[in-house]
Design a protein around this ligand. Structure first.
Ligand code: NAD
Length: 463
């Protein structure tokens, strides 16, 4: 059913309402921010069962994965923000040069205003509530737009947010393209978008109309380099955890593995063993393994397997939206599997003659969101760190870096722009206003006319 322009008038009204509420100053105080963060935490604790159920409905996430990667993850982000809020809000002093003395200089964080948060479906709770934590901590009004592809989570968020948070300042708009398009016509003070590159361009174009700054949390093909000199058992366990969590639908999952040809068979054999150890013989009936979000995405993934050397898995069930943990050996570089982000439970293994060639392989492609390197060779580790570019790197593990709120999270180049998590999220949704306060008890005449050569000589020394 088409949504008419008149049906969408409420979006403009709600955004305008938030904008005028922001001007009342109510969201700027420490107390308001703290109360909202505590309420958000209360919501996650009191409604834990409802969240786990919605995640199971949308993506068949196991209780363990749903709690660790969504409910628990967001709760710890809130707790970190609550603990740090006073410190983040303080003026940040900087030194003042001689020429401007006597004076004090500092940066004063101030909220941007009314912000828009557009989330993706793969972590449907974390990806809207995480940015919301940062927006609230920074004292903003916010509109959140959950993904329509995870409808149970979207509906739950739309129901609960008004029950727990200040509705004058925070609202949820549900919907798909029509609603998001209408939202993007409104004037916001910042937009944080999580999703694919194509829509990111639409978001950025719309933002340009209002000169609205954007944070784009995108994806891409994140490589995983496996050196010969590594603990193979630990490496394979960690890769499986990172790749097959949420059935591979994770922006920071390893998209493909790069390994020396001579090591490939050993690596595949270890993958086979460990997959069986973790998920058993009958993966399909194991509730620890998730489902593909919808049939369209499953069909896309299965098509990637055409004419490929499938060495593990490959079985699928369209009705159950199931695709087995699947491994493809040496896919052609020009096949869709190697040209597009996999975003599903298929792991291509690309072999190279010498592991050093993996660096060249990575550098010939768009800058990825994450890069993983498994090695005990610190020289090789340094070479990878110093000669490749990616949003984030983890050495000898997968997405564990995300558990540290002191590490800003974000992409570079095609994998995105801007950061959040911890203080970086607070800073993203703040304007760090520069302030200089000058003393008036002296007022040297150096800068005032008449300008003399003596004055100029002194100024040249001072500046
Ligand atoms: P999606 O389909 O849920 O879309 C994301 C959002 O864009 C949704 O809220 C949707 O309503 C909106 N949208 C869709 N079409 C639109 C249009 N034409 N105009 C305006 N808005 C529109 O998610 P997706 O794009 O399938 O997400 C998958 C991608 O997101 C992958 O590339 C993945 O790597 C990336 N991702 C990145 C992160 C990160 O934190 N960097 C996290 C999760 C996913």
């Amino acid at each position: 059913m088409q949504t008419s322009a008149a049906d969408l008038n409420y979006i403009c009204e709600r955004v305008n309402h938030l904008r005028s509420h922001f001007n009342s100053g109510g969201t700027r105080t420490y107390q308001w921010r703290l109360t909202q963060l505590n309420q958000l935490k209360k919501m996650l604790i009191e409604q834990e069962k409802a969240f786990l159920q919605a995640l199971s409905q949308d993506l068949a996430k196991s209780e363990y994965e749903a709690w660790t990667s969504e409910v628990g993850f967001t709760t710890s982000e809130i707790e970190h923000s609550i603990r740090s809020l006073k410190k983040w809000m303080r003026p940040r002093k900087v030194s003042t040069p001689l020429v401007a003395q006597p004076a004090k200089s500092y940066q004063l964080p101030e909220p941007l205003g009314t912000v828009l948060i557009i989330g993706a479906w793969n972590y449907p709770i974390q990806l809207v509530l995480g940015p919301l934590v940062a927006a609230i901590a920074a004292g903003n009004c916010a509109v959140i737009k959950p993904s329509e592809l995870s409808p149970a989570c979207s509906a739950l968020i739309a129901k609960l947010i008004p029950e727990y948070l200040d509705s004058e300042a925070i609202c949820v708009i549900e919907g798909a393209v029509a609603e998001t398009t209408e939202l993007l016509k409104q004037k916001f003070d910042h937009i944080m978008y999580t999703g694919g590159e194509g829509v990111a361009k639409i978001v950025m174009r719309a933002a340009a109309e209002n000169l609205t700054p954007v944070t784009l949390e995108l994806g891409g093909k994140s490589p995983c380099i496996v050196d010969n000199n590594t603990n193979l058992g630990v490496t394979v366990s960690r890769i499986i955890w990172n790749k097959w969590m949420n059935a591979g639908q994770t922006c920071v999952a390893p998209d493909y593995v790069l390994i020396e040809k001579s090591q490939a068979d050993k690596f595949v054999a270890k993958l086979k063993d460990k997959l069986q150890e973790f998920y058993g013989q009958d993966v399909k009936s194991n509730s620890d393994y998730g489902r593909i979000v919808n049939k369209r995405h499953l069909i896309r993934l299965v098509a990637y397997l055409d004419n490929q050397n499938v060495v593990i898995g490959g079985e699928h069930d369209l009705e159950q939206k199931y695709l087995a943990p699947t491994v493809v050996l040496d896919p052609p570089a020009d096949s869709p599997l190697m040209l597009e982000e996999v975003f599903g439970p298929i792991l291509p293994i690309v072999t190279v003659e010498n592991i050093e060639q993996s660096i060249e392989f990575v550098n010939h492609r768009a800058k990825p969101l994450a890069l993983y390197v498994y090695t005990n060779n610190s020289q090789f580790e340094q070479k990878v760190l110093n000669t490749t570019s990616s949003g984030n790197v983890c050495v000898n593990d997968g997405m564990m870096f995300m558990t540290n709120p002191n590490l800003p999270f974000g992409g570079v180049g095609n994998s995105g722009m801007g950061h959040y998590h911890g203080q970086s999220g607070f800073d993203t949704f703040s304007h760090l206003k520069t302030v200089m306060k000058r003393a008036t008890f002296i007022d040297p005449t150096l800068r005032y006319p008449p300008f003399t050569s003596t004055k100029l000589n002194i100024v040249k020394k001072l500046l």
